[in-house]
Design a protein around this ligand. Structure first.
Ligand SMILES: NC(=O)c1ccc[n+]([C@@H]2O[C@H](COP(=O)([O-])OP(=O)(O)OC[C@H]3O[C@@H](n4cnc5c(N)ncnc54)[C@H](OP(=O)(O)O)[C@@H]3O)[C@@H](O)[C@H]2O)c1
Length: 296
């Protein structure tokens, strides 16, 4: 196979936008997002895969509004659980591969050390529950499916923690940011590039679908190292080039009640991914530096 036919879903999102660009080197990419495709209409989603007959489906679409999900359980499960199940069943039936993304929020954050794929998930919120149901059904479908659990994804193109901190920093002399939530800040572009590099490795092998099938499963894939929201915000402010940067002070999550409870320490250990594919995402500070240099 000299090229892969790829169906990318969710190309307007943080990750999907980057994927559309990085996947283009591998073969023809059909990129769709809501409203051209409504993934919650699972029959339609399956029919799309059947009609297009891609070699690989990359699903970057998701219900990512963590707080809103608490009051929109059904909508979160439709997009994060039922839709990936339909995609996984259809790709398995057709012998195509599926790349799907999940989250560190499947964990409760009580371990106190980076989570491996062997750790037991115990989500604290509806978003985490719906993503856990999604990843489980993708893996159960038994096809050539790779699920990448990632964390704290950002880009500067869409509202993210990075754009929020920059905007707060322009308006306030003091920012109070929590120091008790810790995970791996992950630049959407680095995650997209790693995904494309895996597909490139599969292509070089000559039998890409077999290659992917042999490596099917769950992997943690997030920015290198980990940080508290406070350390992340301080770095954003220091790279922000502001004439009058604000003071960034430590706060606690308990001071900012939100509808969804978040895990406190949900950093991911990505060594299984590194050992399998010989790749890793850059350390989070380096990636942030690159992101702020290239995306602003
Ligand atoms: N963001 C994070 O911090 C984070 C952390 C861990 C894991 N992840 C996972 O990483 C993946 C990518 O996240 P992201 O931050 O790139 O997400 P995102 O920016 O929120 O993008 C999600 C995309 O899905 C689209 N979408 C919404 N409803 C849809 C529907 N019914 N049918 C088809 N598409 C629909 C959205 O369109 P609209 O914009 O029009 O709604 C958007 O383009 C997801 O699986 C997410 O769960 C994200």
């Amino acid at each position: 196979m000299y090229a892969m036919k790829i169906l990318l879903i969710g190309n307007h999102g943080q990750l999907g936008w980057e994927l559309e660009r990085t996947l283009a080197t591998l073969g023809p990419v059909t990129a769709l997002d809501y409203p051209e495709i409504d993934l919650t209409d699972t029959r339609n989603a399956s029919a799309l895969v059947r009609d297009l007959r891609p070699d690989v489906v990359v699903n970057a679409a998701a219900y990512t509004a963590v707080d809103k999900a608490e009051s929109e359980r059904e909508a979160a499960f439709a997009l994060n659980a039922a839709a990936p199940r339909a995609l996984a069943e259809e790709t398995a039936r057709l012998g195509a591969a599926l790349i799907h993304y999940s989250t560190d929020y499947v964990f409760d954050g009580a371990k106190g050390a980076p989570y491996t794929e062997d750790d037991l998930p115990a989500p604290l919120n509806v978003y985490g529950e719906s993503k856990l149901a999604g990843e489980q059904s993708v893996l159960e479908a038994g096809g050539a499916a790779l699920v990448f659990r990632t964390a704290w994804v950002y880009s500067l193109r869409r509202p993210s923690f990075v754009t929020k901190v920059l905007s707060w920093a322009q308006k306030n002399p003091v920012l109070r940011i929590v120091d008790d939530q810790v995970s791996n800040p992950t630049w959407a572009r680095a995650l997209a590039e790693a995904t494309a590099q895996i597909l490139a490795q599969a292509l070089v092998d000559g039998a890409p679908l077999d290659w992917l099938g042999e490596r099917a499963g769950l992997y943690h894939l997030a920015g290198g190292g980990y940080a508290s929201r406070l350390a992340w915000a301080r770095e954003i402010v220091s790279l922000g080039g502001l004439a009058n940067p604000p003071l960034v002070e430590a706060a606690k999550s308990a001071e900012f009640p939100t509808p969804a409870q978040r895990p406190l320490f949900s950093a991911l250990d990505c060594s299984k991914f590194e050992a399998t594919f010989g790749l890793r995402l850059p350390p989070w500070r380096e990636a942030l530096h690159l992101a702020m240099e290239s995306e602003r």
